[in-house]
Design a protein around this ligand. Structure first.
Ligand SMILES: [Zn+2]
Length: 138
């Protein structure tokens, strides 16, 4: 299965960059023309992530539409399938996007813990407000 080897690659690359830290979230770009089924990739990712730093991590997929530039008339257009000619009839195209599979970012579980710190300071300021509230009641 194509998606399973991709998922294993994603997991391997992320594990390498995570340096022993558990990973909470991975964002990947998948081109519409890459023949990767996002649903299958999600399924395989969960399987590939098992017993790794990515266990339980969320995979988010951003789909990238195909884009091409015509070598003849120079116009840029959306490529809905490979082998599609330009409106001028030319098949000589520079494909600009649509076949990528790229890990755009990943988030460590620890980073999510750090971002929850504002909640703690909110609680502190809430208790700091209380004495003032008692004063106005007096
Ligand atoms: Zn053209």
């Amino acid at each position: 299965m194509h998606e399973l080897s991709l998922a294993r690659n994603i997991v391997a690359i992320c594990c390498e960059h995570a340096a022993g830290q558990p990973v909470g979230r991975v964002l990947v770009e998948v081109g519409r023309l890459s023949a990767v089924t996002p649903h299958a990739l999600l399924f395989c990712f969960d399987a590939a992530a098992r017993n790794t730093l990515l266990q339980g991590a969320r995979l988010e997929i951003v789909e990238v539409v195909g884009r091409a530039r015509c070598c003849l008339c120079g116009s840029e257009f959306t490529l809905t399938q490979l082998g599609q000619p330009c409106a001028c009839g030319s098949y000589a195209l520079d494909q600009l996007a649509g076949e990528e599979l790229r890990i755009r970012s990943m988030e460590l579980v620890e980073a999510a813990t750090v971002s929850s710190i504002p909640n703690t300071s909110d609680m502190e300021s809430a208790s700091a407000v209380r004495p003032g509230f008692a004063e106005t009641r007096r």
